[in-house]
Design a protein around this ligand. Structure first.
Ligand code: AMP
Ligand code: ZN
Length: 471
């Protein structure tokens, strides 16, 4: 099934055609590890996981690379302010290295709790300083840089395609309409590739470079590391929408500036999670972590379910009521899966009939159509309620859908199987007890079964058991 995706570069839905048949190289901008990820950030990682799982279900082998930013990300994306890591380390009384280790661990734990597939390659910015320096040198050779006040800048006037994806207005770029903060810049949109010690006194992470001891600009790491691990021509690059005008615009300038060729075929951006109608952001101080949700009694998968209910390109308003709704729906879903697993005995295992196949097709078609989740969810529920489709067929199709949804439904069904075999073992040992005329033991087992809602009837042909039906 051809997957169609909305490409921010060109603003159009396009059929996904890989560079190499059957393979996908996918780069997703990772966290800046100066604090916990908030659930807004996690929405973006959930959308990227949905994309990856959709491609994998479609048969692609996906190499997914994610960076961990532990240097150079300033409090303002466009070179102003202080390094986020340095600021947070000072406030928390930790070294920047301990801070990075602590929040990196917390981040990947969050991904695991949300059932997000771990990236194939995770790369830390501080482990790739030589690659970044080499990239700056390459840009310098191509005449795209200048040095001023000890820093190395990218000169956007030498890169005519600057701002292509973000549709930045060329007039505005040339007139320099933005408020200027760095007098060294020739153009307000020029950005730092390499900072030297002149910028911050307290900068603890410093490396030698041809331009003096210093540290890289934030945008540089993603260009350098993605090209190292995925090559100079990449299928997919993702992030949140806030990255379109600055971070990804600058990444394109660096990578295409260095190679002189087209870099990324499909750019995908996830919309914001909102809190009280505003973007959830760490800088505003009002943000929720996954642990805060867990403390309030939610399962991380309730949040996953909540995010799956919206399309990745629409803003999503969060509220306790909405999360409660997601939790109730997910529990209902699990209950239904449990019941299907009970009803679907392997003996009636037949291949999927046309009715079940139609649900299956509609679900995966919705996903292939730019990850159309709301519709896919509606198809999932319609299938669960389709009594005309045999339970085993329904279960089989739902479990296949869950390869993409990632709600752990196979475990829910398997637990039911385990339960089933446990109960069968009890029924069997009761029969043995009866055969050995051990009535006391047989009665004790009957009591145990009754506690679990199973009634046993003794017939001349042996015992028959049934379950009290729940709604
Ligand atoms: P950061 O750790 O700040 O670099 O952000 C990590 C990812 O989360 C980036 O891809 C951002 O674009 C994304 N992001 C930031 N705020 C939000 C939000 N409120 N909703 C969804 N994604 C966000
Ligand atoms: Zn990036």
């Amino acid at each position: 099934m051809a997957v169609k995706l909305f490409n921010t570069d060109g603003r159009a839905i396009q059929e996904f055609v890989p560079i190499t048949q059957g393979k996908v190289g996918m780069y997703t901008c990772g966290p800046t590890v100066y604090n916990y990820a908030h659930i807004g950030n996690l929405r973006t990682y959930l959308f990227e996981d949905l994309l990856r799982r959709t491609l994998e279900h479609d048969g692609y082998s996906v190499t997914h690379v994610m960076n961990v930013t532990d240097i150079g990300h300033l409090t303002d994306d466009a070179d102003a302010g202080e390094d986020k890591m340095v600021k947070s380390a000072r406030e928390k009384g930790m070294s920047v290295w301990d801070l990075a280790a602590f929040y990196t661990k917390a981040f990947f734990e969050d991904l695991e709790r949300l059932n997000i597939e771990q990236p194939t390659i995770v790369c830390r910015a501080t482990d790739h300083i030589p690659e970044m320096i080499a990239l700056v040198e390459r840009l310098k050779e191509r005449g795209l840089t200048y040095e001023a006040g000890g820093n190395v800048y990218f000169d956007i006037s030498r890169f005519p395609d600057y701002g292509r994806m973000a549709l930045l207005d060329r007039q505005e770029l040339q007139s320099g309409a933005r408020i200027e903060i760095d007098p060294q810049k020739r153009n307000p949109r020029d950005f730092v590739l390499w900072f030297t010690t002149s910028k911050f006194e307290r900068q603890a992470m410093l490396w030698d470079s041809p331009w003096g001891r210093g540290y890289p600009g934030w945008h540089l790491e993603c260009s350098a590391m993605s090209m190292k691990y995925l090559g100079e021509h990449i299928d997919i690059h993702c992030g949140g929408v806030d990255h379109v005008p600055v971070h990804h615009t600058n990444e394109i300038a660096q990578s295409e500036g260095a190679t002189g060729a087209h870099w990324v075929n499909y750019w995908l951006h996830g919309e914001f999670l909102l809190l009280n109608k505003e973007r959830m952001a760490k800088s505003s101080g009002e943000f929720l972590t996954l642990s805060a949700l867990i403390d309030r009694g939610y399962d991380p998968l309730d949040y996953r379910y909540f995010c799956l209910g919206s399309h990745y390109r629409t803003q999503l308003q969060s509220s306790w009521e909405a999360l409660d709704g997601a939790r109730a729906a997910r529990l209902n879903l699990m209950e239904r899966i449990g019941r299907l697993a009970e009803e679907a005995s392997p003996s009636d295992g037949a291949p999927i009939g046309p009715a079940a196949a139609a649900f299956r097709e509609e679900f995966f078609e919705s996903l292939a159509n730019d990850l159309g989740m709301p519709k896919a969810m509606a198809v999932l529920w319609a299938l669960l309620k389709a009594d005309e489709v045999a339970p085993l067929e329904r279960l089989t199709v739902v479990l296949e859908m869950d390869q993409v949804l990632g709600l752990g439904l196979a475990q829910t069904a398997a637990r039911r199987d385990e339960l089933e075999s446990e109960l069968l073992a009890l029924v069997r040992s009761r029969e043995e007890a009866r055969a050995g005329r051990d009535w006391a033991r047989a009665d004790e087992i009957r009591r145990q079964l009754a506690e679990r809602g199973i009634t046993v009837e003794d017939t001349p042909k042996g015992s028959r058991w049934s379950r009290a039906h729940r709604m």
